[in-house]
Design a protein around this ligand. Structure first.
Ligand code: AMP
Length: 181
C-alpha cells in the first residue's frame, strides 16, 4: 500500500460519532465517491492488484461493496456477483445469518452464482467484527468457491475482524486502518 493512497483516504473518509448507535465511530466512505481523484486512485489500486491475483469472480457485499467492486469488475472483465440482504435476490438462494458491529441480519447468494472451484475475492467497504465477510465466505464455500482474499477500504483491527478472517483462512486486504473502534 502506498503511503500516499492511505493519507489521501484518511483525509477523505469522514468519521461520524455515535451513528447508527451510541459508541460506534462510523467511517463514512461517501466522501471518497464524491472525490473523483480519490475514487479513481482506489479503483486503480484494486485493478492493479486483481489483474495480478487474477480471481475468477468478484463477490460484492450489499451495499457499499457494490460501489467499489463494480468498476473493478468492469475494468478487468471479471464476473461480478452480489451478496444481498435477505429478500432482495429473485432466484434460488443459499443464505446465512450474521452479526456485524451494530446489528444482525441474513445475507443471501444466488445458488448458481459461483461454480465449483472458482477463486473468489470478496469486496466490502469495511472490516469491523468480520461477521459480514465471514458469513459471505461461508456462502461462497457452500457453493464450492475458494475465497482467496477479502478486500475493503477500511480495516478496524481492534474489533478483531481481520484476525478472525485470517483464522478462517481468508486473507484480509484493506487500504487503510483505524485504531480503536
Ligand atoms: P462487520 O460485519 O462487523 O465486520 O461489519 C462490516 C459491515 O458493517 C460493513 O458492510 C460496513 O459497511 C458496516 N460497518 C460496521 N461497522 C462500521 C463502522 N464503524 N463504520 C462504517 N461501516 C461499518
Amino acid at each position: 500500500m502506498s503511503d500516499d493512497l492511505q493519507t489521501q483516504l484518511n483525509n477523505t473518509i469522514r468519521t461520524v460519532s455515535d451513528w447508527p448507535e451510541p459508541g460506534v465511530q462510523f467511517r463514512d466512505i461517501t466522501p471518497i465517491l464524491q472525490n473523483p481523484a480519490v475514487f479513481k486512485a482506489v479503483i486503480d489500486h484494486f485493478c492493479q492488484r486483481y489483474s495480478e491475483l487474477k480471481p475468477d469472480v468478484l463477490v460484492c457485499i450489499d451495499a457499499r461493496g457494490f460501489l467499489f467492486a463494480s468498476p473493478v469488475a468492469y475494468a478487468l472483465g471479471l464476473p461480478l456477483v452480489p451478496i444481498r440482504k435477505k429478500g432482495k435476490l429473485p432466484y434460488h438462494t443459499v443464505s446465512t445469518d450474521y452479526s456485524l458491529e451494530y446489528g444482525t441480519g441474513t445475507i443471501e447468494l444466488h445458488q448458481d452464482a459461483i461454480e465449483q472451484g472458482q477463486s473468489v475475492v470478496l469486496v466490502d467497504d469495511l472490516i469491523a467484527t468480520g461477521g459480514t465477510l465471514l458469513a459471505s465466505a461461508k456462502l461462497v464455500r457452500e457453493l464450492g468457491g475458494r475465497v482467496i482474499e477479502a478486500a475493503a477500504i477500511v480495516d478496524l483491527p481492534d474489533l478483531g475482524g481481520s484476525q478472525k478472517l485470517i483464522d478462517d483462512n481468508v486473507k484480509p486486504y484493506a487500504l487503510t486502518t483505524y485504531q480503536g473502534v
